[in-house]
Design a protein around this ligand. Structure first.
Ligand code: NAP
Length: 317
């Protein structure tokens, strides 16, 4: 494993919720950093902390040894890599730039991007993350990396600045494949939690009581423990938004279709998440999908339970 050197020049493209926080941690760790963001104002906190502004992604690449990407979707990564003023345009074939893509995008497209980058002397590592904005700020993300071992070893100390767990999971595209699996598991746990809570409510059992019991047993999950209480309280404030999970779902669905694998639960989940988005909840937290179940079941999670009603009246079961 090679140690980070003070001579390693870093670049960052995409300074949104995740990228802004992760770039700040790299800067705090003492690495010189060049940055570009489509909306320049978002770079200001980093410039105030000592980062250098570049007018294009190509300019970032031309003065960096490692460039981190953190943009929204597959088409956005393609644009920042291959547009006229993109990363590839600023790469020098003889220098050997490493690009670390932290965005959550298609594993299939990632492999194609890696091939297209080869003539520019660029090695691509896909390194999607899990752990949300909280993990990005605290530098405790789980980072799943695909790509060549030599490049992984070279950037590992940098990834350890932003990640609590950094795992090399295989060749290029494997990091995104692992993230797609993660999102499939998240969906199952989230929708299982919503359905369990709906059943509990309709059977006259307080869902918060049910959650406390189930959390410690085989039905427990991160989704149940963290989002269950929010669903019970009708709290749809965003951590991770419905539309972002929907984007990830489409990545999961397309990756499965690419290998001819039916994923029936994911197909159902897509319709439920799309329903939530169509109900105007796309910018709310993923737990807002519970509103779809409320609509189907004709109840509200934050209605008082029978017996807890101040009137003392009870519903018929
Ligand atoms: P965000 O706050 O919306 O930031 C997205 C960034 O991408 C912004 O800097 C945006 O620029 C830039 N961008 C998007 N399209 C672009 C394009 N075509 N050209 C140039 N720049 C473009 O999103 P985020 O929450 O940081 O998420 C970033 C990635 O991390 C996504 O792939 C997401 O799925 C993944 N992720 C997010 C979380 C989370 O909890 N938020 C957790 C795990 C993984 P502007 O500033 O100009 O809009």
């Amino acid at each position: 494993m090679s140690e980070p050197t003070d001579t390693m020049r870093l670049g960052y493209v995409g300074l949104g919720i995740m990228g802004g926080a992760m770039a700040a941690n790299l800067l705090k760790a003492g690495h010189p950093l060049s940055v570009w963001n489509r909306t320049p104002e978002k770079a200001q906190p980093l410039l105030d902390a000592g980062a250098t502004w570049c007018d294009t992604a190509a300019a970032v690449a031309s003065q960096s040894d490692v460039v981190f990407l953190n943009v929204t979707d597959t088409a956005d990564v393609e644009q920042v890599l291959f547009s006229v003023m993109g990363v590839a345009a600023g790469a020098d074939e003889k220098r050997g730039l490493i690009v670390v893509d932290h965005s959550t995008i298609s594993p299939v497209a990632t492999r194609a991007f890696a091939e297209r980058l080869e003539p520019y002397g660029v090695t691509l590592l896909d390194a999607p993350v899990s752990g949300g904005d909280v993990g990005a700020k605290s530098g405790t993300l789980s980072v799943m990396v695909g790509g060549m071992s030599e490049a992984f070893d070279a950037v590992l100390p940098l990834l350890e600045v932003v990640g609590g767990t950094v795992t090399h999971v295989g060749p290029v595209g494997s990091g995104q494949a692992c993230k797609a699996c993660n999102q499939a598991a998240v969906l199952g746990a989230l929708l299982g939690t919503v359905e369990a809570m709906a059943l509990s409510k309709k059977l006259g059992l307080d869902p918060t009581v049910m959650l406390d019991v189930v959390a410690g047993g085989a039905g427990g999950s991160w989704q149940l423990a963290n989002l269950g209480p929010k669903i019970a309280a009708g709290d749809h404030a965003p951590g991770f938004m419905v539309d972002y999970l929907l984007k990830d779902l489409c990545i999961v669905r397309d990756a499965a279709a690419h290998v001819g694998l039916p994923l029936p639960i994911v197909a159902q989940a897509e319709q439920l998440m799309r329903s939530a988005s169509a109900m105007g909840l796309g910018q709310r937290g993923t737990q807002a999908v519970a509103a779809v179940m409320e609509h189907l079941g004709g109840f509200r999670f934050d209605d008082p339970m029978p017996g807890n009603d101040e009137s003392g009246e009870t519903d018929e079961a």
